[in-house]
Design a protein around this ligand. Structure first.
Ligand code: NAD
Length: 244
């Protein structure tokens, strides 16, 4: 496993689901990890468990749409370790209404969390990363960002993350900051556990199964580590061949 000792990571939407697995893997690799989420009980429980296992972690309630919240998280990191090396913009929500049924406010809510939240994170975290020579930002998009899909605001927001990723990679390369996107296919979590599309999506996946959160987390670890030092501005699809 890559050694992230001495590095500090911030993972959003990390109280449960894929974010929790990503935060745990980064902490297990030696990073100090700030677990951020709007779910306080789940986030505190995860931080308590990982700390009891000897990991260097903290939890902070962070709504990624709040600039003030991001500033608080970055100030906490500055006081805690004085550096930020890894940012995983993982927080995301979905609304499965069609364009016809979706209100403008419902559209805005999904885009605000998924795309604007990642934008604020990149914008505010990059200067702190640059202070210590750079770092790695991993934005969680989706394999929905390669075609049209059932969920209009979700799909558009995940395409937006791919665009943000490429643009940020160009802007911040001179600061030593790499920016990449991961585009998972179906991973069964609370986001989609009750979706009617689960069965059909597995049926359309050449590998005939959903992915595991740990399989995505391993890719996060690779992109966060120096093993990927010359990779930036890329999307990595991990979906068992769904988009092949
Ligand atoms: P999940 O619902 O289990 O986790 C999402 C987390 O984001 C939750 O802990 C939630 O509280 C948090 N969150 C929501 N709004 C937030 C906000 N405003 N501020 C901070 N945190 C917030 O779902 P998941 O499957 O673990 O999703 C993780 C990421 O992976 C999301 O970006 C999702 O779009 C993406 N993704 C998921 C799948 C899948 O099949 N599950 C596929 C492709 C991409």
């Amino acid at each position: 496993m890559s050694d992230l000792s001495g590095k500090t990571a911030l993972v959003t939407g990390a109280a449960r689901g894929q974010g929790a697995v990503e935060a745990e893997l980064l902490a297990t690799a030696g990073a100090s990890v700030l677990i951020c989420d709007v779910l306080v009980d789940e986030g505190e429980a995860l931080a308590t468990r990982l700390a009891a296992e000897g990991r260097d972690v903290k939890f902070l309630k962070l709504d990624v749409t709040s600039e003030a919240g991001w500033l608080e998280a970055l100030a906490l990191i500055r006081d805690w370790t004085g550096r930020l090396d890894i940012l995983v913009n993982n927080a995301g929500i979905i609304n499965r209404k069609t364009i016809t049924d979706m209100s403008v406010d419902e559209w805005k809510k999904v885009v605000e969390v998924n795309a604007t939240g990642a934008f604020i994170g990149v914008k505010l975290a990059a200067p702190l990363m640059a202070e210590t020579g750079g770092g790695s930002i991993v934005n969680i998009s989706s394999n929905s960002a390669f075609s049209g899909h059932y969920d209009p605001a979700y799909t558009a927001s995940k395409w937006a993350i791919r665009g943000l990723t490429r643009t940020a990679a160009m802007e911040f390369a001179e600061d030593g900051i790499r920016v990449n996107a991961i585009c998972p296919g179906l991973i069964v979590t609370d986001l989609n556990r009750n979706s009617p599309h689960l069965g059909p999506m597995i049926g359309m996946t050449p590998m005939s199964r959903a992915g595991e959160a740990d399989e995505v987390a391993q890719l996060v670890l690779f992109l966060a580590s120096d093993a990927s030092a010359f990779i930036t501005g890329e999307d990595f699809v991990i979906d068992g061949g769904f988009t092949a």
